[in-house]
Design a protein around this ligand. Sequence first.
Ligand code: LLP
Length: 417
Amino acid sequence: MIGFARAGDRLVCDGIPLSAIAEQEGTPLYVYSAAALRARYRAIDTAFGAYPHALHYALKANSTLAIARLMRELGSAADANSIWEIELARKAGFAPADIVFTGVGKSRAELECAVPLGLKAINVESAGELSRIESIAERLGRVARVAIRINPDIDAQSHPHISTGLKINKFGVARDTARELIETLGPDGRRSALKLVAVHVHVGSQITTLDPLRRAAGFLADLAADLQRGGLALEYVDLGGGLGISYDGGDVPDDDAYAAALIEEVRATGLPIVVEPGRTIAGPAGVLLARVIDIKPRDAEGDFAILDAGMTELMRPSLYNAYHRIEPVDGASRATRRYEIVGPVCESSDVVGRDRTLPELHVGDVVAIRDVGAYGSAMASNYNRRPMPAEVLVDDGRWRVIRRRQTLEDMLALEQP
Ligand code: LLP
């Protein structure tokens, strides 16, 4: 059994009881399954079959060095959203030619560093950014490979905070001005310091139906075909992030249906497909272990269970009202009770799970917050001077700490009295 599963009363990760890991490494603690990461990557890769494609793992989901390195070892390419993610990717072994640089606000300093690297593409978000890249490339005597990100005005039907493909969103070049911008590059997509290699869409994250992804792919394929007819030699189309995952057991399309839909839309262009999946690879492969610090009465029906992890370790519930399954790692057969599961931070929004029915909890119990491998540790903060949690990777029947717990000294190393 790969990843997280119940063995009798206990929750295990690739066969190792999570209670044993928590006992030794302490809490709050992120635990990842290497086997689950590999299985997810391979399943998506296999789903595209013989159709030319490249998976660019979205580092923003989880860029802990050992995780990035594992993705590289699997043969993944990378999507980096800042110059720091690019540097991290290079430390993890990704070659510049395997990195796409995405992001709505790339600073002058970031572009100055990125242009000379020879990345696979810088995904351009505006006319202004294109001309800034050009002036840097000209000065350095380089040709920057660029992809234009187009905002297709398609509703991703996801949470408004993570939907990016509507006209009102800040992302990409508006669909009605994209042609005009591309034409400024000349009939073959080249100026002396720029080469247009692809067009790109990303309409949002945690998309759980194929329709918006299919429509975005269809839109981009039509545009690419049109550009090809005009004589432009594109190298690929970049279709953005991957599928959403099932946080609550609800249906999500499978990898085969996803890949088939994208291929069907793009095939007529003959162009390879690039995708930038993050959540669907890393999400299910991680849990956050937390210990119950206190239990106190809430109302006639239930109690507050206060954990040693909250919005500082996992921001998703507070920020998006996101649902994550929560379960005790041991003692799953106890009688149930209702809990408002909250963190230790001084904010009422610091709720990890609202109104949950769980096996009875006691102070000192360890619970697992599920499906937090993506956008979990990557979004953690030091609010309340809480240290970044430790992270552990389980691989081949053993575990190792891949990021040690931060200390106050680590934080203060940056400060002057
Ligand atoms: N490509 C681009 C240009 C993106 O902006 C994103 C995610 C991805 C790829 C990866 O998308 P994925 O395959 O993971 O859906 N913090 C939020 C998610 C923000 C996603 C931002 N962009 C959350 O916790 O739900």
